[in-house]
Design a binder for this molecule. Structure first.
Ligand code: TRP
Ligand code: SF4
Length: 368
């Protein structure tokens, strides 16, 4: 097997097409025609693959109850990669899906070995930013893994009985007791809301980065094995490309200078952008002659993922780059202007969210 996906790994994924073939993730193109509304992430293949998303769209079309669930590990602060997931949730909510966001504090404690008090503190911020991004808290639920009750935790115990070590190793490679617990906990996240206690059956879609697919394969198997006993059904999933850091590597909390955080001071964000890796040539002369290489450029990636909503305008940015009509200095300054405006507006809403006290009302927090 060429690629192994590790949900706890620290690498950037190079080849998304290969992923589709090797793991049986389906190309997103086959469902684009069934989306009730367009969204730039689908149009641009930022969301590049899916499992059973067609079934979710069918359920939506037939007026059945649908939900979207995803989780955030509260290590570090929310950044533009986190915001991509907010944007997916916001869009699916606007189509009629109930939103559920889990703060993976148990996972951060177990696998990332974070201090318990730190992860609990930081979880609040992930929810405040989600609401500031436009997720309607009236049509959403937010919880910490460790704030859940018996029925959720009993799922983890039940799951452990119907999966073998060999099956787990085939999915994850090398395991530790902690990784086993974290994986089964994530399966409980994805499946629990089908239980009557948590609202009853809804078709669930899970938007995640492709590195999380092992968890979905496990969860699908578990759903099959508990269909009779608990009435669980397989979730659908959609996969987005990971926004890389401003140096072209995976965005990571250990290199904050290469990530734009949603609470970064706009002037700091400007500095980071001005230092970012581009697809520009060694000299201005050369770039005028040969054009830039936007496919290598972290600034272009920001345009695609966040800064330009209009497709023809994006085309223009691309054309100006590859023909050498616009050089990186000018192109970066345009990106800076847009980004600063976005950050200022977002941070204003974020402060309103915090002062409104809404997060305390809607977030199910652990009591210890
Ligand atoms: N493992 C995910 C991460 O590393 C977080 C997570 C926990 C999650 N539970 C989930 C994601 C359920 C999707 C669905 O970020
Ligand atoms: Fe990137 Fe813009 Fe330079 Fe092209 S011109 S390489 S898109 S910064």
């Amino acid at each position: 097997m060429g690629v192994k996906l590790d949900p706890w790994g620290h690498y950037a994924i190079e080849d998304y097409v290969k992923l589709l073939a090797e793991f049986g993730i389906h190309p997103i193109d086959e469902v684009l025609g069934s989306l009730p509304r367009k969204h730039m992430y689908f149009e641009r293949r930022v969301i590049f693959g899916h499992r059973d998303f067609n079934l979710w769209l069918d359920a939506l079309k037939h007026g059945e109850k649908v939900a979207v669930l995803t989780g955030f590990m509260p290590s570090g602060r929310p950044h533009l990669g986190t915001a991509m997931v907010y944007e997916e949730l916001r869009f699916l909510q606007s189509l009629g899906a109930h939103v559920k966001i889990v703060i993976a504090d148990a996972e951060a404690y177990i696998v990332r070995r974070e201090e318990r008090s730190d992860v609990v503190k930081r979880g609040v911020d992930f929810i405040a930013h989600a609401i500031a991004w436009g997720i309607d808290p009236e049509k959403a639920e937010f919880y910490y893994q460790t704030a859940m009750d018996n029925e959720y935790y009993r799922l983890i115990q039940m799951f452990s009985r119907k999966i073998s070590m060999a099956e787990m190793e085939a999915i994850y490679g090398e395991l530790t007791p902690g990784k086993i617990v974290a994986s089964l906990t994530q399966a409980a996240d994805i499946l629990h809301l089908q239980l009557d206690k948590y609202g009853g059956y809804r078709h669930v879609v899970v938007p995640v980065g492709a590195d999380q697919d092992p968890h979905l394969r496990l969860t699908r198997d578990l759903a099959d094995r508990f269909e009779q006993e608990l009435g669980l059904k397989r979730p659908s999933s959609i996969y987005h490309k990971l926004l890389r850091g401003l140096d072209g590597n995976k965005m990571s909390k250990s290199r904050p200078e290469f990530a734009i955080h949603l609470d970064d001071d706009p002037d700091l964000a400007e500095k980071k952008l001005l230092n970012a890796l581009t697809g520009g040539r060694a000299t201005a002369d050369e770039q005028r002659r040969l054009g830039g290489e936007p496919w290598k450029c972290s600034i272009y990636e920001l345009y695609v993922y966040h800064l330009v909503g209009d497709d023809s305008e994006l085309r223009e940015v691309y054309d100006e780059c590859v023909t050498g009509r616009v050089l990186c200095g000018q192109c970066k300054r345009r990106a800076v202007e847009r980004l600063k405006r976005r950050l200022i507006e977002h941070q204003e809403r974020y402060r309103e969210v915090l002062s409104s006290g809404i997060v305390d009302k809607v977030l199910r927090k652990p009591s210890f």
